[in-house]
Design a protein around this ligand. Sequence first.
Ligand code: PGA
Length: 251
Amino acid sequence: MVRSKIVAGNWKMNLTLSEAVALVNGILKNAPASEVKKLFFPPFIYISEVTSLIKGHSGFYAGAQNCSEYQSGAYTGEISAGMLKHLACDYVLVGHSERRNYFKETDTQLQQKITLALKNNLQIIYCVGETIHERKNNLQFDKVKKQIEKVLGAFNREEMTRIIIAYEPVWAIGTGETATPEQAQEMHEYIRVVLKEVFNETIAQTTPLLYGGSCNAQNAKELFSCKDIDGGLIGNASLKAEDFCKIIASF
Ligand code: PGA
């Protein structure tokens, strides 16, 4: 079974609308033709614009950086999974370390978000990863295992076919310090062991696993050539069309 290759750009809280339009147009114009799925995760308010720009371009998809844990109602400032689906948005990020750390999102909230995303036919990129303190104390495997068991353990195998996992060591996000290909491969291989324990061998072998954390045009090739790495979740380097295109070409 061949797993999808994926390059996802997490724009975070960056870009004006006109910069966002220029970025997407630049990528549509220069991206190499390939089987790689190209995903854009703009701020909510740019999603409509992005989906209309990528319409008709095969292999390009839009996603949201977050969704509400509630279905609908009196939750001022929130955006529901159902609203995203109506914008022709196909993916949502859940469990990014910035959401876990700055917005104190709990495992229960992450589970509710995934439940509603699945209900609305969105695919999920679920993020996991250890802190520098945990890695220094050799706790990285325990941490990632718990993040998978506690949150994804609530879902069945059919639901798991709509979930992608991104391994993003917190110490590598936005720091310019990347996990070595050996460190990244070791963790991705371990994630497949955990998926086999929690689900089965098929889920372990078919779930796309992405690496994130200072992945860029220079290091993507080496990371993507690792056996268990199926692509990347890219922050900073997704904000420049040229870099993003080079990353797509890294497979
Ligand atoms: P970075 O961000 O590539 O800027 O490290 C990755 C992410 O947070 O998804």
